[in-house]
Write a new protein. Sequence first.
Length: 266
Amino acid sequence: MTSTILRGATIDYDDLGPAAGLPVLLVHGHPFDRTLWEPQVTALTEAGHRVVTPDLRGYGRSSVTPGKVLLADFADDLAALLDRLGIERAVVGGVSMGGQITMEFQRRHPRRVRGLVLSDTSAPAETDEGRLFRNRLADRLLAEGMDGYAHEVIGKMLADYNVTAMPDVAARVLAMMRATDPRGAAAALRGRAERPDYREVLATVDAPVLIVVGADDVYTPVSEAEAIHRLVPHATLTVIEKAGHLPGAEQPERFNAALLEFLGAC
């Protein structure tokens, strides 16, 4: 674990694997931290890749920026981290909100992208209903904390059947959610409520793209992944069976196999 100050925030991150390996930057979703990627870090570094996993500002051990943090802020933090590490171009991937940050990174820093990994995410702009929901949820988290919310959504973050079938995974995911600072989660929710439409950006991507989705994801179902695939016809779409919104945690061997095959072509 290393800490650095970037753009007014203290960002904690891991930079693992051989320095000369293919750089892979993995972006966690809400409301998690970089340890979500532990199964992927192990597999990728063993395969000779260099893997960078930051805690986004407001999450994990990184400092909190209260109020509102836009996806553009997260993307610029990532670019600044790559600068700090001397990495010119990387494969950038993310899950859920992390996938939207990845799309924002492509929009703002396309020359830094060697490939994209989009897991369980959605490209259209936020709807009016979604904006209202996210802002109300931000208010709730600030008032009540993370515990009640975490227990409410665990059966959607993981496929419901995996909550009981994979108690260790469920406990790890719950612990991450409960440990998140409500101020950081609320700031990200308010910023995400203002996210732009990424479909035009995706239609112009010429870098390799891997789209991954859990077969039983209820937040961003397979149809969302298929919609992204139609925008990026040269992309590879992989559906992970027996998984929900976090297939990298629920079915790490299947997720890693798809990721490693993809990286071999980057």
